[in-house]
Design a protein around this ligand. Structure first.
Ligand code: SF4
Length: 337
C-alpha cells in the first residue's frame, strides 16, 4: 500500500534574536491508511513541530520550511493558505495534550463542533447538532443531549479530550495527529482515550500519528515507530522490532528510563544523562554524542545517516550494526527479566 502521508527531507527553521532554531532537520516519515505511527522523543526533539508543520501551523514570518509533505498527492509545504485551511480539520485533524488550547473557552462545546461540521459540509444546524450528540454519545460522554450545551471549563480534562475526539469522529479525517493526548490524564482515563483512538483507526481506517514521550503508549498503540532526537528521525522500524532489537543508543536510554509494572522484580531506572541539545547551537557530528555512552571519534566529526540496518529498520548511528543488534537484544532480555 502506498503511504497516505509521506514527509521527505523536511527542514523547519525559525529565525530568532539568539540565532536560527533548527527545529526539524531532514525528517523522513510516512504512514498508510488505517495504521498508527508512533513518534517518540524528549521535548525539543522536533516531533511536535513536525506535526504542526503538517497542519500548516508553523507558517510564520520568521520560519523557513523546505522539503515535501505529500498528502494523498498534495504537497502541503507549497499548498496555498486557503486550500490548507480546507485540508486542516476536515482531512487532517489534530488533538493536543491540553484540549483547552483547541476549544474556545467562551463557546459551548456543541456549538464548536456544529461550527466545525458546517465549515466543511453543506448541512443544516439541526442535522449537525444531531450528529454532534451522536458523536458525544459514541465517545462516552453521559447525557450528551445536556452536555452539548456545556462550556469547556464545566468538563473534566478527560471529558474535554473526549470532546476533541468526538470532533474528529464527526469530521472523519483521513489523518489524526494526537500530540501527547493522554499525558495530563489519569491512568484509567488514559486507557479509555487510547481505546477511542484505536476505534477511530479501525472503524474509519484513519491514519493515526501518535506523538508521545511515553514508550508505554507506543507499545500499546503503534504499528510503526519513529524515534526523533534534535529534529532528526534517528530510528524507524515496526513496534515489534523496536521492543525486541532496538538499535539506537538513544532508544536504549529511553527504554531504561521507563518503569515496568510487570517486571518480576523491581529494577533501578536510569535516566539519560545530560540534557537535550540547544537547537541553536547543535553539537557537531551525531547530535546525541555528548550524552552517548558509546561515543567514538567519528561520532564527534561526522553526522550518521539514517540507513537500513535490517529490512524495514532504519538507524542513524556509527556503531556497527551487529554490535547494535547484540546490545539491543541483551538490553531487552535484561529488561524483561
Ligand atoms: Fe552514540 Fe555515536 Fe551512535 Fe551517535 S553515532 S548514537 S554518538 S554511537
Amino acid at each position: 500500500m502506498s503511504p497516505l502521508l509521506e514527509i521527505r527531507d523536511l527542514y523547519v527553521h525559525f529565525k530568532t534574536r539568539d540565532g536560527v532554531v533548527r527545529a526539524v532537520e531532514g525528517a523522513r516519515l510516512s504512514i498508510e491508511r488505517g495504521r498508527t505511527l508512533g513518534v517518540v522523543g524528549e521535548s525539543g526533539s522536533g516531533k511536535s513541530v513536525t506535526a504542526l508543520t503538517v497542519m500548516g501551523l508553523t507558517r510564520f514570518r520568521n520560519s523557513t520550511i523546505t522539503g515535501e509533505i505529500d498528502f494523498d498527492g498534495i504537497d502541503l509545504v507549497t499548498l496555498p493558505d486557503k486550500q490548507m485551511r480546507s485540508v486542516r480539520g476536515r482531512r487532517i485533524a489534530m488533538i493536543f495534550q491540553d484540549p483547552l488550547s483547541s476549544l474556545h473557552p467562551l463557546f459551548k462545546i456543541g456549538w464548536q463542533i456544529v461550527e466545525a461540521i458546517q465549515a466543511h459540509e453543506d448541512i443544516s444546524k439541526e442535522a449537525a447538532r444531531a450528529r454532534t450528540i451522536e458523536a458525544l454519545r459514541e465517545v462516552g460522554i453521559p447525557s450528551p443531549e445536556k452536555r452539548i450545551d456545556s462550556y469547556p471549563h464545566e468538563l473534566s480534562g478527560g471529558m474535554r479530550q473526549r470532546v476533541m475526539i468526538a470532533m474528529a469522529l464527526v469530521l472523519k479525517p483521513d489523518v489524526l495527529i494526537a500530540d501527547e493526548p493522554t499525558t495530563a490524564l489519569d491512568v484509567t482515563v488514559q486507557a479509555q482515550i487510547l481505546d477511542l483512538i484505536r476505534r477511530l483507526k479501525d472503524e474509519y481506517q484513519t491514519a493515526i500519528v501518535m506523538i508521545t514521550h511515553d514508550l508505554g503508549v507506543i507499545a500499546e498503540l503503534a504499528d510503526e515507530v519513529a524515534v526523533m532526537y534534535a529534529g532528526r528521525v534517528m530510528e524507524r522500524t515496526s513496534r515489534e522490532t523496536l521492543f525486541t532489537v532496538p538499535e539506537l543508543p538513544y532508544t536504549w536510554g529511553l527504554m531504561r528510563s521507563i518503569p515496568r509494572l510487570d517486571a518480576p522484580r523491581p529494577r533501578r531506572l536510569d535516566s539519560i544523562s545530560g540534557l537535550p541539545p540547544s537547537l541553536i547551537h547543535l553539537p557537531s557530528g551525531c547530535p546525541f554524542h555528548p550524552r552517548c555512552p558509546y561515543v567514538m571519534d567519528i561520532c564527534v566529526a561526522t553526522e550518521p545517516e539514517l540507513k537500513e540496518s535490517q529490512p524495514g529498520h532504519l538507524v542513524a548511528c556509527h556503531l556497527a550494526p551487529k554490535d547494535r543488534q547484540q546490545i539491543g537484544r541483551d538490553l531487552q532480555t535484561r529488561y524483561r527479566s
